[in-house]
Design a protein around this ligand. Sequence first.
Ligand code: EPU
Length: 420
Amino acid sequence: MTEVIKIEGGHKLNGTVEVSSAKNATVALIPAAILAEKSVVDIYGVPNIADVESLTILLNELGVSVDFNNDDHYKIDTTNMKNITMEHDAVTKLRASYYFMGALLGKYKRVKMQMPGGCYLGPRPIDLHLKGFEALGATVEFKQGYYDIYAEELVGSKIFLDIASVGATINIMLAAVLAKGKTVIENAAQEPEIIDLATFLNEMGAVVRGAGTNVITIEGVEELTGSTHEIIPDRIEAGTYIVMAAAMGGEVRVENIIPLHLEALTSKLIEMGVDIEVGTDYAIVRGNGSLKPIDVQTRTYPGFATDLQQPLTALLTQADGQSVVRETIYFERFKHAYELNKMGAKIDVNMPQAHINGPTPLYGTKVKATDLRCGASLVVAGLIAEGVTEIHDIYHIDRGYQSIVEKLTDLGANIWRETI
Ligand code: EPU
């Protein structure tokens, strides 16, 4: 018995869809909350997704109590928290479990943890995270599948990241907020989720400056306390619905967005000939049939997000001519292309790039969500395709998209879950 998502394609989308809060901010904020010393942290806008369930399990393992019954309000109480070895299955379910490394190291000066999991997008090393911890004075050991990271004390330091890694920037911030003295992260990642984390840490009493630029400065403090925070909207979920609307609108209003966070996408869609009207916190997308091919390269923020490359590729199968996507973040992030080809797409993958030859009619068939955004790309394709698309391994999709079936049903799609 397995649960699949089925989509009968060809139905126009119309109406309004509300974007949830950012998964990739949430998965950093929840581990960050444990830095609060014996107090209560309230986070609003927490999406109801499988990654949050996994993080809640990990918090409970640490003796942190969580109340997530009222809608999107997530209440964390660290009063009875204890430091234990992180080895629950949930560690291997999501990549972001490794944010407990920085947070536990920062708080207790020791963390023992299994190798974290997450989507396979090609090799995903964590060397920069570990080098950052070492620069703060920690010793890192890896034995029999477990990291053991410990320090007498953490002392602020200057850290230059060889790659502007989102994960390394966040993990070093988490370890540094309670370190002695000043930490400077150079070539830091500039993604909006990092600004959200810095805002949250500062609300808890940390002193973090420069988030959103490539130099982040952290003055260590003695203690962090409880706070209240509202998470920013999910730019990747928003982008996914915008792409769906470009493929199948009708007229779709995508609400609760920060337009600036989506400029790399909206400007590419405008280049393709998509009709988009952007307001203060919404975008209205009107599908108008003919689409031009484009070349796109994934880049760190504010460049074109690698997470949107996969949904966009599904749309590019409908453009009139050859498009090229080049991956500069995850060279092997092309598994979706093989699944799309099963549906009739003509995509030649020559990593790190793919040539998409359109327009090609797509046909519903059985496909597999090999990772989260591959799943999103298959939903886009399923909406376009003739007949019924059956998507397997949908737990990947449920890790990141809250109520995707309900949201698309409300827009007029014929989409449902089925246990087969
Ligand atoms: N890298 C290293 N060494 C490191 C860390 C990263 O070589 O120590 C490399 C990676 O292999 C990759 C590049 O640096 O080639 C960038 O990786 P980064 O660390 O920035 O990515 P991440 O933190 O692992 C986050 C998101 C991803 C998103 C990327 C890029 C979370 C939980 N994940 O991953 O989101 O694709 O940034 O923006 O925030 C998703 O949501 O589907 C997803 C995979």
